[in-house]
Each structure stands twice: as C-alpha cells, then as structure tokens.
Design a protein around this ligand. Structure first.
Ligand code: ZN
Length: 187
C-alpha cells in the first residue's frame, strides 16, 4: 500500500479571466459538453469541468482531452496510462486530475493522468515509460541488472540544477528545517 509520505500535492490551478460567452445565448441549464452533468448556469460545462478548464487560456485541447478521458460507466475521468479514476477537485490527492503530453512538449498529444503518474512519467514517451516500468519490475523480480539501454530516453535532457534545487526544497526535512508548515496544497 503506497503511503505517499512525501506527496505534498499538485500546484493548484489558478483561474484565468476567460472571455464571456454571452453571444452564444446559452440556456440557463443544459448538459455539460464534457461529462453530460447539469451545467453551471449559462455555461457549456458543469461546475467541475468548468473549474478545471477555466484555468487555461486556450481550452480546445484540454476540452478534447477531457472528453476522451471521461468514462460514462464509471462516471469518472480516467488516467490514460493506468486506468485509475481521477480526482478532479482535490489537488492534494496523488490521484488528482492533471494534464500530460503523451509525447513530451508536443501539442495535440494532451491526455489526462493522475498527478503522481504524471510526475513519474516525466520526460518519457508513453512507450518509454512502460519499458522503464517493466524493466524496473524485471530488475526487482529477478535481481538482473537494470538495462537502461532498452529505454531510449529520447526526451530526456538531463537533470538541471534548478530541478535539483526544487526537489531538495520539496523534501520534508528541508521544509521542517525552514519551519514551513504550509505547502501550496493549502493545508
Ligand atoms: Zn462536466
């Protein structure tokens, strides 16, 4: 059972000022264009979907990704890598809904993934991610050497000093020594 002891949550989405849609003359309530729930008044989207997409300037790709990820039967957004149901509202949850480019930094490949999976995938392509996961599992199960050459790491640019500093600052020991009790999770 994963304890997520060092998980401090995903940075909250900050709402941006979206242009109003008054010209569309929407009815007060309808079906959400993403998940079919009842819409926010005069909106195309329900309050939950609206809360997610209103944090992005150009929402087209995000809406498409959310529509593709919505599972009617499970009534949930699904992580495209693991099939786990995502939590759209609590950014402290490791299963928080996050957006992820299936091919790193490539427009048109946006998908939904659980926050912790997103972080694990990092600069992997989807194929590379699974290769690395399976190679690790094989390594642990058999004790054979981890074969890093099997994974291409095509998008891996190395670990920058800034990333190293950021990672160190996130560690609970570092936060305790600073006397922080607040993370951006807002708790
Ligand atoms: Zn919705």
């Amino acid at each position: 059972m994963a304890k997520f002891e060092y998980w401090i949550g995903w940075a909250p989405h900050k709402p941006v000022k979206a242009p109003t849609l008054t010209s569309l003359r929407l009815p007060k309530f309808g079906d959400c264009a993403i998940c079919s729930a009842r819409t926010h008044p005069y909106s195309l989207y329900c309050p939950i979907c609206r809360g997610i997409i209103r944090t992005f300037h150009n929402i087209t790709e995000h809406v498409t990704a959310m529509q593709a990820s919505w599972d009617k039967a499970r009534r949930a957004f699904i992580c495209y890598l693991t099939g786990l149901a995502l939590d759209p509202s609590d950014n402290t949850n490791p299963l928080f809904l996050t957006f992820e480019h299936a091919i790193p930094k490539t427009p048109g490949t946006l998908k939904l993934a659980a926050a912790f999976v997103n972080m694990m995938k990092s600069a992997f392509s989807e194929d590379e991610f699974w290769l690395a996961v399976k190679e690790l599992a094989h390594h642990f199960q058999t004790g054979e050497t981890f074969n890093k050459d099997g994974v291409k790491f095509a998008y891996w640019k190395g670990w920058s000093n800034a990333q190293r500093r950021a990672m160190r600052a996130r560690m609970p020991e570092a936060r305790a020594s600073r006397g922080d009790k607040v993370s951006y999770a807002g708790k």
